[in-house]
Ligand binder design. Structure first.
Ligand SMILES: *[C@@H]1O[C@H](CO)[C@@H](O)[C@H](O)[C@H]1NC(C)=O
Ligand SMILES: *[C@@H]1O[C@H](CO)[C@@H](O)[C@H](O)[C@H]1NC(C)=O
Length: 406
């Protein structure tokens, strides 16, 4: 919407160079330049009825999702990163955390994905918050009858982590620390666990590595349920050709690195895979070595959403689970910035996610959302906001004890 109006305004200026100066907003010739008197409108209900409404009756505190500063789903903002913020006693059980980072998805790589060659995922957290604006805290889920955001769990938006865009290593260390700090605070409701859980809004997929380092510290190794069109277990030597160690850590290798760091279990699984491999056999061999099975995108046509859910649940069993959703698991029709046709629909993805109830979800994210490639209907950010809500719902539905609870 914004982009197209800027484009048409620019066109307007370009086509009428003599009449309009660049700094002037164009006026239709029929409208006189200044006529303040004529603009005085009659009150719609008459002066008396408006005056009859007492000032005390006018509500400027509640009643609309269009208010205040924009947080995820209009949740309260808590500065979870600073001691000062936490000292105010604003505790939480589930934290939404933005990771505005896209510099490990460099332009010019030889394979295409959500943000390789299309940077901009650092604006993902803000975009997802815009997409979430229609979600109200006291809404009820029509399928479950429950209110996801009003339950035993206090859910807050911690805002974005300040991440430098000048040095990936420093940025990821900042994100590692942010996860450690946010998950290290005492939960609001200790009936279930003293350790809060985090849903990260990416950011490119590299950001998941910091989350996995943090879940490993709090819960031990996890099975990763990885929704994506790409396997992301690429050996750094295969993806990018091993230019340097610095280049080796990126949004296509982070699961390989998570395996090398012993953060993940060999009961992990990909879902929605359809992007090409770089090596005929080596990529899949390495993928198995990293602990992954896979459900390919088109398998949904044979086994249906129920079949996909069963495959995932059978694979991860009773282990602790981290769910990572790359928005490019969706078809470009449902997430216009993505580059791999033949993906799942938003409804299919949400059905599968909601079907994962009962799993022990200790952390989750939705990543690779690049709002600049979204369309005026904001299709991608609406989908991503809904994905995040499903992830929160899985956490609410099944509290999980951490190592610190033992
Ligand atoms: C904490 O969780 C327990 C168990 O779900 C619930 O009964 C209790 O109401 C919760 N406390 C608060 C303050 O929400
Ligand atoms: C995972 O690794 C363990 C040993 O570390 C092995 O016993 C088990 O069979 C492996 N499971 C899978 C699914 O590969």
């Amino acid at each position: 919407m914004k982009r197209s109006s800027i484009v048409s305004f620019g066109f307007f200026l370009a086509s009428r160079p003599q009449q309009v100066l660049a700094w002037q907003f164009p006026r239709p010739p029929s409208m006189p330049p200044h006529a303040p008197q004529q603009h005085r409108q009659k009150p719609m209900f008459g002066e008396s009825s408006l005056h009859g409404l007492e000032d005390d009756d006018i509500d400027i505190v509640t009643g609309s999702q269009f208010h205040g500063l924009r947080t995820y789903a209009n949740l309260p903002y808590v500065n979870c990163l600073s001691e000062a913020g936490a000292e105010k006693g604003q505790k939480y059980d589930i934290a939404i955390l933005g990771a505005p980072f896209d510099t490990a998805s460099p332009p010019g790589f030889c394979f295409s994905s959500t943000v390789t060659g299309r940077p901009g995922a650092r604006y993902g957290p803000g975009g997802i918050r815009i997409g979430s604006q229609r979600i109200q805290v006291d809404n009820y889920n029509v399928y479950t009858g429950r209110s996801t955001l009003q339950s035993w769990a206090t859910v807050v938006d911690c805002g974005d982590v300040p991440l430098t865009w000048l040095d990936n290593n420093v940025a990821l260390k900042q994100l590692d620390k942010a996860h450690r700090v946010v998950s290290g605070r005492k939960a609001a409701n200790c009936t279930h666990s003293i350790t809060p859980r985090i849903v990260t809004l990416g950011g490119d997929h590299t950001t998941t590595l910091s989350a996995l380092r943090s879940t490993h510290e709090r819960w031990g190794p996890v099975s990763v349920i990885h929704f994506d069109s790409h396997i992301d277990t690429w050996d750094p030597a295969a993806l990018g050709g091993g230019i340097s160690d610095y280049a080796g850590l990126n949004h296509g290798t982070f699961l390989h690195i998570a395996h090398e760091e012993h953060l993940i279990l060999n009961t992990s699984i990909h879902a929605g895979i359809r992007a090409p491999l770089i090596r005929a056999k080596g990529d899949l061999r390495n993928d198995l070595r990293c602990g992954f099975a896979m459900v390919k995108a088109r398998e949904l046509d044979q086994i249906g959403a129920e079949g996909v859910i069963r495959r995932i649940k059978d694979r991860v069993g009773g282990s602790r689970v981290y769910i990572s959703v790359d928005i490019d698991v969706l078809d470009p029709a449902f997430a216009p910035g993505t580059a791999e046709p033949g993906g799942w629909s938003t409804r299919e993805l949400l059905t599968i996610l909601d079907g994962l109830q009962g799993l022990h979800v200790v952390g989750a994210d939705v990543v690779e959302v690049s709002p600049i490639y979204d369309n005026p209907g904001e299709t991608t950010v609406l989908a991503a906001a809904e994905v995040a809500l499903s992830l929160v719902e899985l956490m609410v539905e099944n509290p999980v004890k951490s190592l610190a609870d033992a």
